[in-house]
Structure formats: structure tokens, C-alpha cells
Design a protein around this ligand. Structure first.
Ligand code: ADP
Ligand code: F6P
Length: 484
């Protein structure tokens, strides 16, 4: 087994099984913030990525992607249910997102979550060379840092939480709250999207473990764990390069033509997830149509909602509700050949997303709670023309950085309607000033800056960060040209 000095451990590998047009299977870049973010920097970095390749049964043989080795971890059907669909996505995910959906506490899932975490820890221990840095990602693998420390005390261990970390009053509901906290604090550095999350962890460490804790350091079992905020970002260069490609510009023009050349296009791009606020958004849009503030003749809404976690009951129920509401709105307000909402429940290539972003006059990103929200940043990076308005939820991590967006509380449907109207009628000079400021921010805060900041805080020397490429991925891979 070849070993690496840098190992990333994440639930998912950056590839998804996909049926190619000729019926063969091919691997495609998986949608989702974590895969998008890490893929961009790791493709050119000598490292190993330990993760699940999707599907059940024995782990497939996977090709390297550039300098990056992939080490798949297998899951059985029962493990997929208990670990991924169950404890990770029906217990932790809703609880960590302000319980916008009721978390399910099923005692049967815990053992599976623990044993799958152990498998990831063992896989990481196997591929890490002596003294290597291992960077564990997200809530699926919260027990891995401590398990890895027990297996390999020689390693430097980092943990990054991509989702929000809740306030103590919510976290305290978790039946296995102490084990989960201890598991995460097995790392040398625990990173979050926002400083508030580090504060929440410090309070919990004091309360549950009796630890000495500040907002940037916790002492557990005589060991110092550093904590801090490292807001994740996107491959700005990739999105900018895509957005200036002549074929993408042509596609954007064509899209506008296909949409019936409306005065305004409103766009939303989400995983089909209850945290994304899709239902609140549809209510607001439907009321704007009903009140006559928006006319189907001159405004269209495009809602891209890529399928996600389709086996989980709450996601199936959400999809049913959304599709029925889209049907109702189109039935009531649409005209022949002019639907009020174009609903697309499909994955898109990066170039298609770039074309969509260029087509939007108003990008509507209104999650009820989101660790970061990379779609908002992708939209800003794609607007080489300096145009377009971003309506952004105050409850997305991105709102702390993209302050010039039209910020909104998505729970307040009246406020959401007002903000949408404000963004739709804003003066071009106002929009350009806002967009210019947000783009300037992003240039200095791209995915490489994030990885450098995190890795430098992890090893304190900058040597890990030196392994990263000078620029992130230049030629985006819409699909990995490799057939099984
Ligand atoms: P999350 O991490 O919850 O999925 P983010 O907004 O942070 O949310 O990241 C979503 C990522 O998935 C973005 O990089 C976005 O481009 C990608 N994505 C969203 N919708 C699609 C789609 N229909 N097809 C392909 N990629 C998508
Ligand atoms: O950011 C949260 C997250 O769970 C990421 O780990 C992942 O990129 C994204 O949401 C998509 O989720 P899933 O891997 O369950 O499809």
C-alpha cells in the first residue's frame, strides 16, 4: 500500500457513479460543497483522499486524479442506512442546522456510525506515512480524529466542520453528545466556518468535559486542541475562466432565448435539501405573482434542485411537497409556453452552471441555515460582467463575507418578498458597486487561501501549505474521462 504525507478523509470521494450517454458507467465529479471545494485544490497535490465512492458493496478500483490517489471505503446497505442516511443525515444534519427539521434519535444507528467511523480511521491510518498530516472533514466522521490518534499517535490530525456547529442548548439534545465532542477534539486543530461555532464548542467543552477552554484553544486530557474559523471558498479562477469561455457565453445567450427573452431571470441552485429554504422561496414568489408585483410575461424563475439523499424519508417528502407546489404555481400563473417556474431536478456540468449564473439577473440563495453556501460565491465569481443581484440569507456562512448582497431573513416571507422586489428594481450602478466589492473580496479569499490558512494553522510552519499548487484547478473536469 502506497503511503502519503498528506491524507484527506471525507465521507465522499469527489466522484459519483453516473450513466454515460452510451449506457456505460463513468465517474463524474459529485455535486455538493465539500467535494467542489477540495477537488479544486487536491487534484494537483500529491495526497490521498479516503472516502466512499457511492453505492454499496465492495469498494471499486479507482484511477488517480492527477497527483491525487483515491482510497475508497466500502459501505454495506445496512451501513449506508445506519451511518449515512441515519445518524449523519437524519440526526446530526438537522440538529446542526438549527433543527429546521426535527432530528431523529434512533438508538440503532449509533453503533453503525461508530463502526463506519472506525473503518475510515483504519483506512486513513493505513495510507498515512509516519508523521503525516491527516485532514478529516465534516460531521459524518466526527469520531475519526480520536480514533486515529489512538491508532497512530505520530500523526498530525486536523478536523474541519463544513456545516454549522450548533449552540449548546441544541447540541445538548444529542444522546451521544460526550462521545461526539471527545471524538472531534482528538484533532490538533478543529476548524469551523464561523467564529460562533468555535465559541459554541468551547462552552460545550467546559460544560461537558470540564475542560479549560477559550474561543481558540481547548485543553483536553492535558493536550491542547486549537480551534478557529476558516471560511471555506471556491475555485475562483476556475469559475472566472469558465465564465469567459465563448461557448459558455453562447450557452448563456441561448438560455435567455430559450426562456423567452424575459426582462428578468431569477435563479436558484440548490441541493434538494430542507435547509435550503426552497419552500419559503416558492411561497414568496407565488405571492408576488398573486399580488401582481411580478408578471409571468416579463419575469421567469429557474429553480435547479439537484437530487440529494433520496433514500431519506424527509428528503422524499420535501421533494413531493416542492414538486406539488411548483405544479400548483405553474398551473395557476403559467401561460401556454410560459411557465412561471422552470424546475430542473438534475445535475449539471460546471460549464452549464456557469452559463446559468450568467443568465441570472437575480440569484436567490435563501437557506434557512447553511455552513457556508458555495453557490453564492460561484455566482459572484461567474459575473465577469459585474452585473446581477445576489439575494442572500443572513443564515448562510457566506453572508458574513458577501456583505454587499441583498441580505434577507428567509423565515420572514414578507421581508423576502420586499428584498426580491428591491433586488429586481435596483439601479445598475448600485448592482455594479455591490458586485465589484464582492468580487474583490473573493479574489483574495479563494479555496487555496482557505486551504493555506488551515494547513498553516495546523502545522505552524507553512510546510504543509507549500505542497498546495500556486493556483487552483485551471481546466475544470466536467466529468472524469474514465469508464468502468
Ligand atoms: P452543500 O454543501 O450543502 O451542497 P453548497 O452551496 O456549499 O451546498 O455547495 C453546493 C455545490 O454543489 C456547489 O459547488 C454547486 O455548484 C454544486 N451544485 C449544486 N447544484 C448542482 C447541480 N444541479 N449540478 C451540479 N452541481 C451542483
Ligand atoms: O457540506 C455538507 C455536505 O454534507 C457535504 O459534506 C457534502 O458536500 C454536501 O453536503 C452534499 O451532501 P451528500 O454528500 O450527502 O450528497
Amino acid at each position: 500500500m502506497r503511503q502519503s504525507s498528506l491524507v484527506v478523509v471525507a465521507n465522499r470521494l469527489p466522484l459519483d457513479d453516473n450513466a454515460a450517454p452510451d449506457g456505460a458507467c463513468e465517474w463524474r465529479r459529485s455535486p455538493g460543497g465539500l467535494a467542489s471545494a477540495l477537488h479544486a485544490i487536491l487534484e494537483q497535490t500529491p495526497a490521498t483522499w479516503v472516502g466512499w465512492a457511492g453505492g454499496v458493496g465492495p469498494a471499486p478500483q479507482l484511477p488517480d486524479i492527477g497527483g491525487l490517489r483515491l482510497r475508497p471505503v466500502s459501505l454495506s446497505a445496512a451501513e449506508l442506512r445506519g451511518y449515512y442516511e441515519g445518524f449523519a443525515n437524519s440526526t446530526l444534519w438537522p440538529l446542526y442546522h438549527d433543527a429546521v427539521q426535527q432530528p431523529v434519535f434512533d438508538r440503532g444507528w449509533w453503533e453503525t456510525y461508530r463502526s463506519v467511523n472506525r473503518r475510515f480511521a483504519e483506512a486513513a491510518a493505513e495510507v498515512a506515512e509516519h508523521g503525516a498530516a491527516v485532514w478529516v472533514q465534516d460531521y459524518h466522521l466526527q469520531l475519526v480524529p480520536q480514533m486515529l490518534r489512538d491508532l497512530r499517535p505520530d500523526l498530525l490530525i486536523g478536523f474541519f466542520m463544513h456545516v454549522p456547529f450548533p449552540p449548546p442548548e441544541l447540541y445538548m439534545q444529542l444522546p451521544r453528545r460526550i462521545e461526539l465532542l471527545r471524538g472531534m477534539l482528538g484533532a490538533d486543530l478543529v476548524g469551523f466556518q464561523r467564529p460562533q461555532a468555535a465559541h459554541n464548542v468551547a462552552q460545550l467543552a467546559q460544560k461537558l468535559l470540564g475542560a479549560h477552554a477559550t474561543d481558540d484553544m481547548i485543553i483536553v486530557d492535558g493536550r491542547t486542541v486549537h480551534t478557529g474559523a476558516f471560511p471555506v471558498s471556491i475555485d475562483v479562477a476556475e469559475m472566472r475562466a469558465l465564465s469567459s469561455r465563448p461557448d459558455v457565453l453562447r450557452q448563456a445567450k441561448q438560455l435567455r432565448h430559450d426562456l423567452g427573452r424575459p426582462k428578468r431571470v431569477l435563479l436558484s441552485v440548490d441541493r434538494l435539501d430542507y435547509t435550503k429554504g426552497i419552500e419559503h422561496r416558492l411561497t414568496a414568489y407565488s405571492e408576488l405573482l398573486r399580488d401582481g408585483h411580478v408578471k409571468v410575461r416579463d419575469t421567469v424563475m429557474v429553480q435547479v434542485a439537484v437530487p440529494s439523499r433520496e433514500q431519506v424519508d424527509s428528503y422524499q417528502a420535501l421533494r413531493d411537497r416542492i414538486e406539488s407546489e411548483v405544479g400548483r404555481i405553474n398551473g395557476e400563473f403559467g401561460r401556454v409556453g410560459e411557465p412561471a417556474i422552470h424546475y430542473l431536478n438534475q445535475p449539471f456540468a460546471r460549464s452549464q452552471l456557469a452559463a446559468l449564473y450568467q443568465t441570472a439577473d437575480v440569484m436567490v440563495v435563501t437557506p434557512l441555515r447553511d455552513g457556508m453556501n458555495l453557490v453564492a460565491k460561484e455566482f459572484v465569481a461567474a459575473r465577469e460582467d459585474g452585473g446581477g443581484a445576489l439575494v442572500l440569507s443572513e443564515f448562510a456562512g457566506a453572508a458574513a463575507e458577501l456583505e454587499q448582497a441583498f441580505l434577507v431573513n428567509p423565515h420572514d416571507v414578507d421581508g423576502l418578498k420586499e428584498t426580491l422586489l428591491h433586488a429586481m428594481s435596483a439601479e445598475p450602478a448600485d448592482l455594479t458597486a455591490r458586485m465589484t466589492a464582492m468580487r474583490e473580496h473573493l479574489v483574495g479569499h479563494d479555496i487555496l487561501a482557505w486551504a493555506r490558512a488551515y494547513l498553516t494553522a495546523l502545522d505552524h510552519t507553512g510546510r504543509l501549505a507549500e505542497r498546495l499548487p500556486d493556483t487552483a484547478e485551471k481546466a475544470p473536469a466536467a466529468s472524469v474521462p474514465w469508464h468502468r
